[in-house]
Design a protein around this ligand. Structure first.
Ligand code: MN
Length: 492
């Protein structure tokens, strides 16, 4: 059983007394509103909104989002109206609650695919409007997954599948590794109990063996780092979580000996420069495995993830993955977009948290949310094709390509020079007449590979996209530009 105290001790931002009062009064209000209601598990209903609030506190959300989290089921499940909520808590929190309620109303008619796309569309719309609504929904879903066992089996199956297909990928895209991993493991456990049990057993047997030499390596590295006067904020062993281990095993003939990052060590240091110094010290002590050194600090993953990874030959010749990063990078890896609140709310309250005037959230990181906003009109329509391409942009594996000047352009896999050109600028997209990849002329439907240097050749005379391009472009932004032109010209 949890109480308002558990919410408060998990808050990661600095709480002024005013903010603490806000959280307390939201908890009181929700408790009264849900009085007498029970969850399917037999627990008092208030346990669910409190857990939702705790999940939000843990990823570093501020008092308003936490308050909205604890109130999220009030309008839907109690007598209290939105108007009353607004009178008590003001428009901002009420809009968050309303957003969550709307997101929860799923269309149940139609094929599985239609329902899936409809849910996805709603999530995108909500994200474009206010990302906090989606964070509350993720926190809500996490607790629903934790208490899934008390629901009837068919409902369990539907919710677990939806979690794996929609919620976990969204948590991943927002960079909230912590929630993503927990959602995946809970869904995996329900959807595939046999493999889940096997994986857990397999990795725990391994774990016992590994524990010894992880400890040994940690001790050695600690000594070496101290000798070189590197300040280490934390160093610890870590294990791969069951679902990601399962996915990896499937790609490697279910052979656990082929998994190099089954277990590893994470080293947290103060500054970026210390990360590279640490890498040098690690490699001086242990031989690295060729092709396994990944510098996600210089080249972050598309979701913003930053860290250095290297796999080494540890004691007894066993492979170990070492991850090196700063504390800020570590927070961002676990809490993703939410981590920015930790840094910004420390200083002051935010008015418009998404695009505040002097935002602490780097423009690059919110670029895709901005893009979602631009697409909002298209999203409002029931355009299945558009949704499909958006799904590809959003969830598909990404590759990095470079402009001739070395700027990074990130694209979904199988993107073409036309997609690249539109990503650089819509004007460049429309004027494209040819492309060079790594110095060689390629056809416009060429599939760009990771690391390619792409030079777009533009035409001075022709400013019009070709209808033909629609056959092979991958990104929704290229598609929508080309189609806009076709419509304008009356071609479709
Ligand atoms: Mn709920």
């Amino acid at each position: 059983m949890v109480t308002v105290k558990d919410v408060l001790i998990n808050v990661r931002v600095r709480l002024s007394s005013k903010r603490e009062v806000l959280i307390r009064s939201a908890c009181d209000f929700a408790e009264k509103a849900h009085q007498g209601q029970k969850r399917k598990s037999g627990e008092d209903y208030i346990q669910h909104p409190l857990h939702t609030a705790i999940n939000l506190a843990k990823i570093g959300m501020g008092s308003k989002t936490i308050a909205a989290g604890v109130l999220h089921d009030v309008p839907e499940d109690t007598e209290v109206t939105l108007k009353e909520l607004e009178k008590k808590f003001g428009p901002e929190i009420t809009q968050l609650v309303d957003g969550v309620t709307k997101l929860g109303k799923i269309k149940l008619r139609g094929t599985k695919e239609e329902i899936y796309l409809e849910n996805l569309r709603k999530m995108f719309l909500a994200m474009a409007a206010d990302i906090r609504v989606v964070l509350i929904k993720l926190a809500d879903r996490l607790n629903n997954m934790e208490t899934l066992a008390s629901l009837p089996p068919d409902k369990q199956e539907r919710i677990a599948r939806e979690t794996l297909e929609i919620y976990a990928p969204i948590a991943n895209r927002l960079g909230i590794g912590d929630i993503k991993a927990r959602l995946e493991d809970l869904a995996f456990k329900h959807l595939d109990p046999k493999n889940y049990a096997d994986i857990v057993k397999m990795s725990s047997t391994e774990k016992i063996q590994r524990k010894k030499y992880i400890q040994k390596t940690v001790e050695t590295l600690k000594k070496q780092l101290a000798k070189e006067k590197i300040k280490v904020l934390a160093i610890y062993g870590r294990n791969k979580h069951p679902y990601s281990l399962f996915q990896k095993l499937q790609r490697h003939d279910m052979d656990i000996n082929k998994i190099y990052d089954l277990a590893g060590i994470r080293i947290i240091v103060p500054e970026v420069v210390n990360c590279y110094e640490t890498l040098g010290i690690v490699h001086k002590e242990y031989r690295p495995l060729i092709g396994r050194i990944k510098d996600y600090i210089s080249l972050p993953k598309p979701n913003g993830y930053q860290s250095i990874h290297t796999t080494i030959f540890g004691p007894e010749g066993k492979f170990l993955e070492i991850q090196i990063r700063t504390e800020k990078m570590n927070n961002e890896a676990e809490f993703g977009i939410a981590a920015h609140w930790i840094y910004s709310e420390k200083k002051r309250g935010l008015k418009n948290f998404l695009f505040p005037e002097k935002s602490k959230v780097p423009a690059k990181e919110i670029a895709w949310i901005k893009q979602l906003r631009e697409w909002q009109n298209d999203l409002g329509k029931d355009d299945k094709e558009f949704m499909e391409s958006l799904k590809i942009d959003f969830f598909k594996n990404h590759i990095f390509a470079f402009t001739p000047l070395g700027d990074i352009i990130d694209l979904p896999e199988e993107s073409t020079p036309i997609d690249f050109a539109y990503k650089v600028h819509s004007e460049i997209g429309s004027r494209t007449s040819g492309a060079k990849i790594n110095g060689r002329i390629v056809p416009l439907d060429y599939k760009i590979k990771n690391g390619d240097v792409v030079k777009i050749i533009t035409s001075k005379e022709n400013k019009n996209p070709s209808r033909d391009w629609l056959r092979f472009v991958k990104t929704s932004s290229a598609k929508s530009h080309i189609r806009k032109f076709m419509k304008k010209e009356g071609m479709i």
